[in-house]
Design a protein around this ligand. Structure first.
Ligand code: C5P
Length: 226
């Protein structure tokens, strides 16, 4: 029987938020941002364990109480220079078997919900490759000319916006990240192996908190859920 694990890289600084503390620790609906996603993973019955990858010199994690999650939570102090390096280091150190599934999720997507996780698991558990949550692009897309003028309109048919979690088997993901460490998500690295990850419809509320203005929206979504 293969097992399912969560891996949350949280070794970034979140500089676009323009704050002193890394964004994963910014308070959101009464909790540090990362806590919301970790609660979703730790409370999911199919997930064996949730691993968090922190920067080696992280000075914030220890200032919070994680004991309510401690049964399933494991902390790895092995963050790298890039998100891909943090994921790679985490995969190398976590306790999973080669064929076990790993769901990689951004600490900055606090609004991940149970239905989306269930959809991902259901659609991928028998899949050869693995896949990711994603949304069909709704807006018309413009390419700029290098300045702020439109050079062309990009057809949106068939385009999806990638989200996380992205779920692959551990050994394959390690191989992919070794081959293609410059890709910005796990699916991109797996594509570099010549494989086609499956697109599983996500939820627009699972957006990545990136700019200061995103905080209020995330807070509204989380409070409504409470
Ligand atoms: O900065 P961005 O929002 O793209 O980061 C996505 C995720 O990757 C965050 O959870 C962040 O903490 C993590 N990350 C990491 N190691 C890095 C850079 C980003 O774990 N060196």
């Amino acid at each position: 029987m293969t097992k399912l694990y969560a891996l949350v890289p949280a070794a970034g600084t979140g500089s676009r938020m323009g704050e002193g503390i890394p964004k994963q620790y910014r308070m959101l609906a009464g909790k540090p941002m990362i806590r919301h996603a970790l609660e979703a993973f730790c409370s999911h019955p199919a997930i064996e364990r949730a691993y968090v990858v922190l920067a080696e010199d992280d000075a914030h994690w220890g200032t919070f109480d994680w004991s309510p999650l401690s049964e399933k939570l494991a902390v790895l102090h092995c963050g790298g220079q890039t998100r891909a390096a943090s994921v790679y280091n985490g995969l190398e150190r976590m306790g999973a078997g080669d064929d076990d599934w790993v769901m990689v999720h951004d600490a900055a997507r606090p609004c991940i919900d149970r239905n989306s996780l269930d959809r991902l698991v259901t659609e991928l558990s028998d899949d050869e490759v693995g896949g990711l949550l994603a949304l069909p692009v709704a807006d018309t897309l413009k390419m700029d000319d290098g300045g702020r003028r439109v050079s062309r309109t990009v057809p949106r048919e068939g385009l999806w916006q990638a989200q996380t979690p992205q779920m692959f088997r551990k050994k394959r993901l390690l191989e992919a990240l070794r081959l293609a460490p410059d890709r910005t998500d796990e699916a991109g690295a797996v594509e570099a192996l010549g494989l086609c990850p499956k697109l599983v419809p996500g939820d627009p509320r699972n957006f990545k908190v990136t700019y200061p203005g995103d905080i209020a929206l995330a807070e509204t979504i989380l409070r409504e859920r409470e």
